[in-house]
Design a protein around this ligand. Sequence first.
Ligand code: FES
Ligand code: FES
Length: 158
Amino acid sequence: MSQPMVAFHVNGQVVSVQDQQGQTLLDVLRNTLHLKATRMGCGQGECGACRVMVDGHAVAACDTPLWSVNGKQVTTVEGLGSRAAPHALQTAFIEAQAMQCGFCTSGILMSAAALLQRHPQPSRQEIVQMLDGHLCRCGAHNRVVHAIQQAATQLTAT
Ligand code: FES
Ligand code: FES
């Protein structure tokens, strides 16, 4: 029996992928679509490294069955901005040096982007709460909070 197809948008492009049993969104992003910026950390929905946006909500791609994104809009950090036109969050992270090894950064950027869509001017507490779902072994959280505040200021001023 042939495997069912799952069709969805990734960074604005339509993709159609065979749904193999047990396959997660993270498997397909990294191994089929070769979008490697979304990281595999714990693989259990605990560390936040694999967060992407699905219909505007930050979700753990390692814990998201492929079938569940059928018909949905998925955004990865590759779709957030580009070198030529970075998102305000990306610019703020660079200016604030809000990363060290960078392993956690893609996931944090996607959660931050989802937060700013819902709350364009989040309080420090809201940002800290959002970061609860993200482990950073380098301890960059203070600079991450600062960068997100900077990006929020810039986005609301434009
Ligand atoms: S790799 Fe998905 S939450 Fe850790
Ligand atoms: S910058 Fe290294 S894990 Fe966060």
